[in-house]
Design a protein around this ligand. Structure first.
Ligand code: IMP
Ligand code: MG
Length: 179
């Protein structure tokens, strides 16, 4: 589908996103004072969110990245996730915060949390910008959630459609209506 010919409906503006991320950052700052924070961001969807989130956390922290892939179509996890690029440092003893763009079916986050637990972090929690609770296949709530959304396909601010539009600075939904 060529989404540029369709009407876009803004779901979260740049200002709304920025202000919610500041709140999340302050909460994380409070919870991780005196801890040894290691942020592990899941590529590619969370790269913009992570960049803004870590800049709203005024604490010493390390950042690392992981890429997972799932079989099936790109818009939905199929249930079988694999690591296509692992963290590049030893996370043992760190208080790890896994950052992703969204918990949809939650298959990805469930897999990553279990996988990283195997590397003996001191603690592990999760943070997502969006949460689509209606789509769960695995019972899991992220520890920090930006916004809850209904079952709509979202694009922009890191969220892609066919690997494009990640650079759109706000989050939108594509309607059936033509422009
Ligand atoms: P999961 O179903 O919770 O495992 O989510 C897997 C991945 O699907 C997320 O990390 C996103 O990359 C992608 N995804 C889920 N919902 C959307 C959406 O509405 N727009 C764009 N990508 C999505
Ligand atoms: Mg993703």
């Amino acid at each position: 589908m060529d989404i540029t010919t369709k009407k876009w409906e803004t779901m979260f503006t740049e200002e709304e996103i920025a202000s919610r991320i500041k709140e999340l950052g302050k909460q994380i700052e409070k919870d991780y004072k005196d801890k040894n924070l290691m942020v592990v961001a899941l590529l590619r969807g969370s790269f913009i969110f992570c960049a803004d989130l870590v800049r709203s956390i005024d604490l010493p922290l390390r950042v690392n990245f992981m890429t997972t892939s799932s079989y099936g179509n790109s818009e939905e996890s199929s249930g079988s996730v694999k690591v296509s690029s692992d963290v590049t440092v030893d996370i043992e003893g760190y208080d790890v915060l896994v950052v992703d763009d969204i918990t949809d079916t939650a298959t990805t986050m469930d897999f990553v949390l279990k996988y990283l637990k195997g590397k003996n972090p001191k603690s592990i929690k999760s943070c997502v910008l969006l949460d689509k609770p209606s789509r769960r296949k695995v019972e899991l709530e992220a520890d920090y959630v930006g916004f809850e959304v209904e079952d709509k396909f979202v694009v922009g601010y890191g969220f892609d459609c066919g690997d494009y539009f990640r650079n759109v600075p706000y989050i939108f939904n594509v309607t059936d209506e033509d422009r």
